[in-house]
Structure formats: structure tokens, C-alpha cells
Design a protein around this ligand. Structure first.
Ligand code: 5GP
Ligand code: ZN
Length: 138
């Protein structure tokens, strides 16, 4: 896509600290890292988010993410990693080209996880699970 920053990085039209590349995927440092070594992994073909990706891309995507994540973990001597996809603006997505965040985490990095909100009743949980289960057959 012409005006997509990540397509331009994939085509080497914009600079980036590329750490991995093959025919279908490219990984590069996030310009504004949560922690140093924060890396983005993208399919080169443009799709807006994970939910839009063709299955054949997804089959190859996870092994690449794992491969990059291991290298990031070791290079940053991280104690752990968050691997996340933000999907749509409500979830914090600002670049609408599918990307996995690989975020090195350190025991003392001071970051917090988002807070949990327990269901008010077990019935609330069951109803929502029912709604999801119904859609699993679509
Ligand atoms: P999102 O919020 O869409 O899941 O994440 C987009 C990420 O892309 C952000 O973490 C942001 O720092 C990163 N980013 C935005 N523009 C650029 C850029 O031009 N180059 C690189 N390397 N990362 C970028
Ligand atoms: Zn794109």
C-alpha cells in the first residue's frame, strides 16, 4: 500500500533497524520502544490487522515470531517477553499494517500489567462464553 509506513519499511523505502528478513516477513526495532530491543515483526504483504490475515500467512508467521523473540530475549538478556498484537484503535493500534510487538521485559522494569476486572457473577461469564461458543461455528 502506497501510504503505509510499514509497507515502505518492507520495501526498504524508509530506514529501519532491520533484524530479520525473508521473502514474506521482516522484523525491525520499534522507533519508540517500551524497553530497548522492542521489535516489530510484520508480514510484507499489507493487511490491516491480524484478523484480516490469510491463513497461509499465519501458518508461517508464528515460527518467525518465535525465531525473532528468542534472539531478542537473548540479546537484551530479558527476564521475559510480551508478544502482542494490537487490533483496531480501541486496542491501541495506530499503524494499520499487521505487526507483532516483541517487548523485552525485565523483572525490575517497573511496567505494570493491565488490571483484571472479575465477572460480577458466574452467570455473566457463562453468557459471554455462550456467545463466543456460538460464533465459533460461523
Ligand atoms: P501499534 O500501536 O499500531 O500496535 O504500534 C505501532 C508501533 O509502531 C509503535 O510502537 C510505534 O512506536 C512504532 N512505529 C511507528 N512509526 C514507526 C516507524 O516509522 N518506524 C519504526 N521502526 N517504528 C514505528
Ligand atoms: Zn502496509
Amino acid at each position: 500500500m502506497d501510504d503505509c509506513i510499514f509497507c515502505k519499511i518492507a520495501r526498504h523505502e524508509l530506514p529501519a533497524e532491520i533484524v530479520y528478513e525473508d521473502a514474506a516477513f521482516i522484523a525491525f526495532l520499534d522507533i519508540n520502544p517500551v524497553n530497548p530491543g522492542h521489535t516489530l515483526v510484520i508480514p510484507k504483504e499489507h493487511h490491516a490487522n491480524l484478523l484480516e490475515e490469510p491463513e497461509e500467512t499465519l501458518r508461517d508467521f508464528l515460527p518467525v515470531i518465535q525465531h525473532v523473540a528468542r534472539a531478542v530475549e537473548q540479546a537484551t538478556q530479558a527476564d521475559g517477553l510480551n508478544v502482542t498484537f494490537n487490533i483496531k484503535p480501541a486496542a491501541g493500534q495506530v499503524i494499520f499494517h499487521t505487526h507483532a510487538h516483541i517487548i523485552p521485559r525485565h523483572a525490575d522494569d517497573g511496567l505494570r500489567h493491565w488490571p483484571g476486572k472479575p465477572y460480577a457473577t458466574q452467570e455473566d461469564a457463562r453468557k459471554l462464553a455462550d456467545a463466543i461458543r456460538e460464533r465459533m461455528n460461523e
